[in-house]
Design a protein around this ligand. Structure first.
Ligand SMILES: [Zn+2]
Length: 110
């Protein structure tokens, strides 16, 4: 994936995440209506909104970091081992910071 395409995709993702975060933070009614269909679960609306905000916030941070790596000319390299991240992985997740191997190690550590 070339740098221009990567930047476009990352900027789209960032805009989308910012919209989601704004909705989650600013309009609890919208969140409640959005989830009215699956009422009856244990989670309260506030818990749901918080969980979604955490996910969106984490992903947003990853996208911002990826854009920073683009600026620095190191995009597409694993931040841990500096080997190139496979093209297919970047296609699926343009914000990926690590190759599959390093990501796997990191997730096992948690
Ligand atoms: Zn790696």
């Amino acid at each position: 994936m070339d740098v221009t395409t990567a930047r476009e995709r990352l900027e789209d993702m960032l805009a989308e995440l910012d919209r989601s975060i704004a909705v989650l933070q600013g309009d609890p009614v919208a969140v409640r209506e959005h989830h009215a269909a699956d009422a009856g679960s244990d989670l309260t609306d506030a818990d749901r909104a918080r969980a979604m905000l955490t996910v969106a916030g984490t992903q947003r941070a990853a996208v911002v970091q990826a854009l920073k790596r683009l600026e620095e000319g190191v995009y597409g390299r694993c931040v841990d081992c500096a080997r190139p991240v496979p093209e297919g992985r970047l296609e699926a997740r343009p914000e990926a910071a690590r190759c599959v191997e390093c990501q796997g190690k990191r997730e096992r550590r948690r």
